[in-house]
Design a binder for this molecule. Structure first.
Ligand code: ZN
Length: 489
């Protein structure tokens, strides 16, 4: 552990952050800077540096997802960063979807390469040529693989750290099954993996099936997790796709089934945006004092701040050290901040980093055999008897997660309004609401809504069954589904 345990290098408390509901952009940039999460001064547009305070959270998010994927039968792998041009071109719909955003490697030293290389924008065209070598018989299926890597897309829209960059961290799975039933059941498993981890991160989300014209290039159907940002926009943080036999056909992946027939497996892929999940975590829970995080995500679960007074410095320090040992032995990620900063500076720092619990020990606490326990999510203090502290921290860890998750869900629920007409949609879009409406399912309507309001039809919920009870709110034709519309980041 570094000497400062993750403390910020600047010690002077600054003015509180702006209100994130009012000025999310400034709030976000300031948090990334003050909590020393992301440095945007790298010098290449769309590429940022993840500093240790961010990487510790990122690693934890990776562990959570990887653990869930592996317990569902996924195995880790690592594909090269580069894809040969010939392979990249083999599934035409897919290529069209990514063509404009691809980085190419064309030279080495002074010499042009014999074959131009694609820097992966996603890895379907990297893995399928390998699957054609690995899959032969029904006994090779199902095959479930994943990798935790960065992908590269030359985004032309304005880039924003973690939200939209030209390099972003993610996990991608590539799974193959003997039939459609197996593949579609994997889609449901993927949605469960995302739900489980996002629940543990306290995030609220809409799980939607994307409309047909809005699918992943080369997919038959796409499902997404959309998180709500404090400005009313939604952010896609994970997507899973049923690919049918598009890729296995294009790349000649075949297997011999139990009856001796040669067939193409059905496949799926699941993309989990780790950078975006971090952004959603920061924006959903943070406040004007910085990050707010559940236990297990912050640099420390508990920070002990001794508040020594003349005459009892030793007693305060002795109690602080004793508690540190006891809590560490009990499995807490605890840190004793015995630096020379003032208690006020320390409070500011650990608030900024979102440390969920802080223990303050001064003269009263030593004499009264208790501690003052501060919780970051509510910014409140309580007295806890020394002997009750461990139990209280275990309980607090659950309370904080439940509290920030409830707040996130309440905000999401309160952000949704029903629209019955074109006027409703235009008015609610002007107010920045998430809109629920009956919809005809036509691309033309979605295009018009986008042009007139800037809103996107995000799709229909898959976690809740909702049936249309009227005509399309936009065009008045018969409605085939209930969809959610929002401004997407
Ligand atoms: Zn319509």
């Amino acid at each position: 552990m570094p000497a400062n345990g993750g403390a910020l290098s600047s010690t002077a408390p600054e003015a509180p952050l702006p209100d994130k509901e009012v000025d999310l952009g400034t709030w976000y940039d300031e948090v990334l800077k003050r909590a020393e999460l992301i440095d945007v001064r790298y010098g290449v547009k769309g590429f940022v540096v993840y500093r240790p305070n961010a990487m510790r959270i990122v690693k934890r998010i990776y562990e959570m997802f990887e653990g869930e994927l592996e317990s569902g039968g996924h195995l880790p792998m690592l594909l090269p960063l580069v894809i040969p041009m010939a392979n990249f071109r083999r599934e035409t719909e897919h290529v069209k979807g990514f063509e404009d955003q691809v980085f190419y490697i064309t030279e080495a030293g002074e010499k042009p390469l014999d074959e131009k290389l694609v820097v992966r924008p996603t890895s379907e065209t990297a893995i399928y040529p390998m699957l054609s070598l690995w899959i032969h018989s029904y006994s090779d299926l199902p095959l479930r693989l994943y990798q935790s890597v960065a992908v590269y897309r030359h985004e032309t829209k304005a880039t924003r750290p973690l939200l939209r960059g030209r390099e972003f961290l993610w996990i991608e799975t590539h799974d193959a099954f003997a039939d459609e039933v197996g593949a579609k059941s994997q889609i449901m498993d993927d949605l469960q993996v995302a739900k489980k981890v996002y629940d543990e991160l306290g995030l609220a989300f809409l799980v939607v099936e994307r409309e047909p014209y809005d699918k992943f290039p080369g997919a038959e159907s796409s499902y997404a997790y959309d998180a709500l940002l404090p400005n009313g926009n939604v952010l896609q943080i994970a997507t899973t796709h049923y690919l049918g036999d598009h890729f296995t056909k294009a790349f000649d992946v075949t297997f011999v089934d139990r009856d001796g027939n040669r067939r193409n497996p059905r496949s799926t892929c699941f993309g989990i945006g780790i950078s975006r999940t971090l952004a959603a975590l920061i924006m959903t829970h943070g406040d004007k004092y910085g990050l707010v995080l559940p236990f297990g995500l912050s640099v420390h679960d508990v920070v002990i701040v001794p508040i020594p007074h003349k005459g009892i410095v030793e007693d305060v320090m002795a109690k602080a050290r004793q508690l540190e040992d006891k809590l560490r032995a009990a499995g807490f990620n605890v840190y004793l901040d015995d630096s020379e900063d003032t208690p006020g500076d320390k409070f500011y720092h650990w608030d900024m980093l979102g440390v969920p619990a802080r223990i303050e020990i001064g003269r009263r606490e030593v004499e009264g055999k208790f501690v003052t326990l501060y919780r970051r999510d509510e910014r409140t203090r309580e007295k806890v008897k020394d002997e009750d502290l461990q139990d209280r921290l275990h309980a607090l860890s659950k309370e904080i997660l439940n509290n920030i998750r409830d707040r996130a869900w309440e905000r999401l629920r309160n952000s949704i309004s029903d629209a019955a007409s074109r006027d409703d949609i235009e008015r609610l879009a002007g107010e920045g609401r998430i809109i629920r409406a009956n919809f005809c399912g036509r691309d033309e309507c979605a295009q018009e809504i986008k042009e007139k309001t800037g809103y996107e039809v995000r799709g229909r919920r898959v976690d809740v069954e909702e049936k249309p009870d009227g005509n399309c709110a936009w065009c008045g034709r018969p409605a085939s589904r209930v969809v959610y519309m929002a401004k997407a980041y």
